[in-house]
Design a protein around this ligand. Structure first.
Ligand code: AMP
Ligand code: ZN
Length: 112
């Protein structure tokens, strides 16, 4: 499967990886939209939120806990941050491998 995030997860494509465990990895977004912009993904290929199975539900929880930990390490936990999952076209999804954006380091406007 030609998926850039799968390739990053298995070391076939470059990324600045800042966290990894058995199920999850996190790395810098290549086009940061704020001073801090990280992506947190499951190693397992799940295309969109629509494809999340009941058995995978715990993954989202683990991904949010990684976001919490990284926010603290990046020193944006007190100033604040946003976590986002985009789904399909209207949600602005470009990469079809589930990912959580962790964005912070400046005041964020709502862009809906
Ligand atoms: P989304 O619009 O939610 O699908 O977000 C995809 C994100 O992945 C965008 O913020 C891109 O900048 C980012 N991105 C795409 N390719 C790469 C890559 N090779 N390494 C790191 N980030 C990437
Ligand atoms: Zn993938």
């Amino acid at each position: 499967m030609d998926c850039i995030f799968c390739k990053i997860a298995n070391g076939q494509a470059p990324a600045n990886i800042i966290y990894q465990d058995k199920k999850i990895i996190a790395f810098d977004d290549i086009y940061p939209k704020a001073p801090q912009h990280k992506l947190i993904i499951p190693r397992k290929h799940i295309a969109t939120m629509n494809d999340l199975a009941k058995d995978d539900a715990g993954l989202i929880e683990e991904m949010t806990l990684v976001a919490q930990k990284l926010a603290k390490e990046l020193n944006i936990d007190q100033t604040g941050y946003r976590i986002i999952i985009n789904c399909n076209q209207d949600g602005g999804q470009i990469v079809y491998h589930l990912h959580l954006h962790l964005i912070g380091g400046r005041p964020l406007m709502f862009t809906g």
